[in-house]
Design a protein around this ligand. Structure first.
Ligand SMILES: NC(=O)c1ccc[n+]([C@@H]2O[C@H](COP(=O)([O-])OP(=O)(O)OC[C@H]3O[C@@H](n4cnc5c(N)ncnc54)[C@H](O)[C@@H]3O)[C@@H](O)[C@H]2O)c1
Ligand SMILES: O[C@H]1[C@H](O)[C@@H](O)[C@H](O)[C@@H](O)[C@H]1O
Length: 337
């Protein structure tokens, strides 16, 4: 059976996912698309030669019998109503991060999913599917470095547009570390604090960049994450876990080493699309497989909610400069899988 997928939001990552579903993965096809900008929907289906129907709104697409499962790849602030509509229609839904831009928005999705009694939501935390992060998690779980004590991480983008404001460093960027470090350490967060180094002159005037987020976990691990979205030189993701007896570091992406003109060098990637290309493939393969059985796999809406609770605390910490507690309600038994 071929899974008919409807895509809501045909911008950068919507197109990337449409390409991989059409040209890389098997078991699914894009049967429908919608975008608030109709021209974006039209120009997304044309180069792929798709015969997908263009709907006016997300709810129209979700209600269509030609859609078995939904991909939400619109702006973060627009995710919640469409994910809720898909859950209420009983259709599996893959939602790009963040699941919603507030913890309450995520909670609404969690409650709708639990009320429906069936897992239907996968959140696009693709780093959990990255081979490097998976190796790191295995080493920690197998006690290869002793119990983790500290994590040093960095999330650097070469540059961002003027629509990227200070809070987005948390909701849009740090959200990946918030999720993947919780999963890597099998831990929850206790407190967060944000400190600002000297401002980069490459950041536009409404953006504090770089930022350092300091996190304390329930088990007492201390984490520092540098968020630097105008680092200029490339797209660079770093993660080093220091344990009681050793240290484990995320591997660099494969790159050819060259010796030329008296220099020894390796290329640095500049685009998230390339850095996590394999992880995006695997996460969507997981989605197609589970959605074909009428359910969802991978990062759950509870994970989306847990990340949003920590993100809200970080935004408060950005504004107050204080150490802010992270208060996580107890996980419903529904999410113990
Ligand atoms: N996992 C990752 O690494 C990753 C990478 C990039 C983006 N993202 C996430 O994916 C989402 C989209 O990001 P992007 O870079 O593709 O943005 P984008 O601006 O390129 O595309 C978003 C598209 O959604 C459309 N849109 C907005 N609201 C809509 C609505 N209510 N209904 C239908 N269409 C709507 C816009 O017109 C636009 O075409 C964001 O949540 C972003 O955080 C995740
Ligand atoms: O900071 C960016 C991240 O590095 C990417 O992985 C995407 O999530 C993108 O939306 C963010 O703006």
């Amino acid at each position: 059976m071929t899974l008919n997928i409807g895509v809501i939001g045909t911008g950068a990552i919507g197109r990337e996912h449409m390409r991989r579903i059409t040209q890389v993965l098997s078991g699914a096809r894009i049967s429908a698309v919608t975008d608030v900008n109709r021209a974006a929907a039209e120009s997304a289906i044309a180069p792929l030669g798709l015969e997908a129907e263009i709907f006016l709104t997300g709810p129209d697409l979700i209600a269509s019998p030609s859609v078995d499962a939904v991909l939400v790849t619109s702006f973060g602030a627009a995710h919640e109503p469409d994910v809720l509509a898909a859950v209420k229609a009983g259709k599996p839904v893959f939602c790009e991060k963040p699941l919603a831009t507030t913890a309450q928005g995520c909670r609404n999705i969690v409650e709708a999913e639990v009320a429906g009694g069936r897992r239907l939501v996968q959140v696009g935390f693709m780093r959990r599917y990255d081979a490097g992060y998976r190796m790191l998690r295995k080493i920690i779980a197998e006690d290869g470095i002793g119990a983790p004590l500290m994590v040093h991480a960095a999330h650097r983008n070469p540059g961002v547009g003027t629509n990227y404001v200070t809070e987005m460093a948390i909701h849009d960027t740090l959200i990946h570390e918030i999720d993947v470090l919780r999963w890597l350490l099998d831990d929850d967060y206790k407190t967060v604090q944000v400190v600002y180094p000297r401002r980069s002159p490459n950041a536009h005037e409404n953006l504090r960049d770089p930022q350092i987020v300091l996190i304390e976990t329930a088990k007492g691990v201390r984490i520092d994450v540098e968020i630097f979205v105008n680092c200029v030189y490339g797209y660079d993701i770093q993660c080093e876990v220091v344990g009681e007896t050793g240290l484990a570091k995320l591997p660099e992406p494969m790159s050819i080493q060259t010796r030329s003109k008296a220099r020894l060098s390796n290329e640095i990637l500049t685009d998230w699309k390339d850095r996590f290309i394999d992880a995006y493939d695997v996460e969507l393969r997981d989605f197609i497989e589970a959605a074909s059985k009428g359910t969802a796999a991978g990062p759950s809406s509870w994970d989306g909610y847990a990340a949003a609770v920590a993100a809200d605390a970080c935004v408060e910490a950005q504004k107050s400069g204080q150490i802010v507690p992270v208060t996580m309600p107890e996980k419903p038994a529904f999410y113990n899988f």
